[in-house]
Design a protein around this ligand. Structure first.
Ligand code: DP6
Length: 348
């Protein structure tokens, strides 16, 4: 007898970046962060969780994108399964009439419809989907905040994919992580005019994983310490206000500044970490140029731990932006050239 549930979960792209942990096993961050959850129609993880009494005496098993992947050596996965089982067991202990699902074996089949580990937030949608599906299969009465803490045990950014729309992750203060959870700043219906365009520069697995990279940054970058203390708390407040007011100019400026500062802390890490490549830098120049030349903010770029860009822009600007990027990038619909460094200078 197998009890089985399938769910999908979306990707989120941070506009205020999480980069650094104060506790690496509970995945507690050194700063709060904020992201936009993208529509599930495009990028998502899809996970099926099955539980069955006949698997009780075997180890739990998982297949990721068609290949079996070990659970026992993956501490984060083990933590997520342990937490969901413990939450189920607590229900069973409180009500002896409930079936003892917490004792059944688990099988997980998960796939992403986009490149895994190429800086496109696959761990975020993957772990959000896993803990959500586990909660469904075990019939756990969890709130969004509870689910976000479960997802955080798998990957920090996953806690934000539990909610749609604009989502904050409060870093919290407690050493147990009880207050380190996601919250919705505004729902997906709040700002329908805002769209995201993903420019896949490379779908190769990144050289330095987020997990390893951010710890080296915490240990070696003095710029990162300044960012945690003096920059991010203020930016979180400004960004939330910009989102609530649908103020694209402020949203765009903070998004681009925060992406730049995150990559600056990577450069300030010792040894340095480079996620952006020449194509990424050209994208930054193109966006900077169109914003400056048109005299208004047309688009914002942001880059995670990889060379791929996410462009946020009002819907009306998208057709023109797509044409422009196609022109600038050889191999796509057109090609173009941009001089070494474009800078927007004050007039006169
Ligand atoms: C640059 O959530 O992948 O995308 O918690 O170690 O799994 P772990 O890291 P992860 O880091 C994401 C970093 C980022 C910024 C962000 O999404 O906020």
């Amino acid at each position: 007898m197998v009890r089985q549930v399938t769910c999908t979960a979306p990707v989120n792209i941070a506009v205020i970046k999480y980069w650094g942990k104060r506790d690496t096993s509970l995945i507690l961050p050194t700063n709060s962060s904020l992201s936009v959850t993208l529509s599930q129609d495009d990028l998502h993880s899809r996970t099926t969780v099955g539980i069955a009494p006949e698997w009780s005496n075997e180890s739990d098993r998982m297949w990721l994108n068609g290949t079996e992947s070990a659970i026992a050596t993956n501490a984060r996965l083990v933590n997520c399964l342990k937490m969901s089982r413990a939450q189920r067991k607590a229900l069973e202990d409180a009500d002896s009439g409930l079936p003892r699902w917490s004792q059944w074996g688990i099988r997980i089949v998960s796939e992403n419809n986009f490149p895994t580990a190429a800086g496109l937030a696959s761990s975020a949608s993957g772990y959000a989907c896993l803990v959500y599906t586990l909660a469904q299969v075990f019939e756990l009465p969890l709130t969004g905040a509870d689910l976000s803490r479960n997802a955080r045990l798998g990957s920090g950014s996953a806690c934000r994919s539990i909610f749609g729309g604009f989502v904050g992750w409060d870093m919290g203060q407690s050493p147990t992580g009880d207050d380190s959870q996601a919250y919705q700043v505004a729902p997906e219906t709040h700002w329908p005019d805002l769209e995201a365009l993903i420019l896949v520069v490379s779908d190769l697995k990144k050289g330095v994983s987020s997990t390893a990279g951010m710890q080296t940054t915490v240990e070696t970058s003095s710029l990162a310490q300044h960012r945690f203390q003096a920059i991010v708390p203020k930016r979180m407040r400004q960004m939330e206000q910009a989102i609530l007011a649908k103020d694209f100019d402020t949203f765009a400026e903070i998004t681009m500044r925060d992406s730049n500062q995150f990559h600056a802390t990577c450069l300030d890490t010792f040894p340095p970490i480079f996620y952006l490549n020449d194509t990424s830098r050209l994208i930054i120049q193109v966006v900077t140029a169109i914003n400056c030349l048109s005299g208004r903010t047309q688009a914002a770029y942001t880059f995670d731990a990889g060379p791929n860009a996410v462009i946020y822009a009002p819907k009306a600007h998208m057709p023109y932006l797509i044409q422009l990027f196609a022109y600038f990038f050889p191999g796509s619909a057109g090609s173009g050239y941009f001089s070494d460094s474009y800078q927007c200078l004050p007039e006169g």
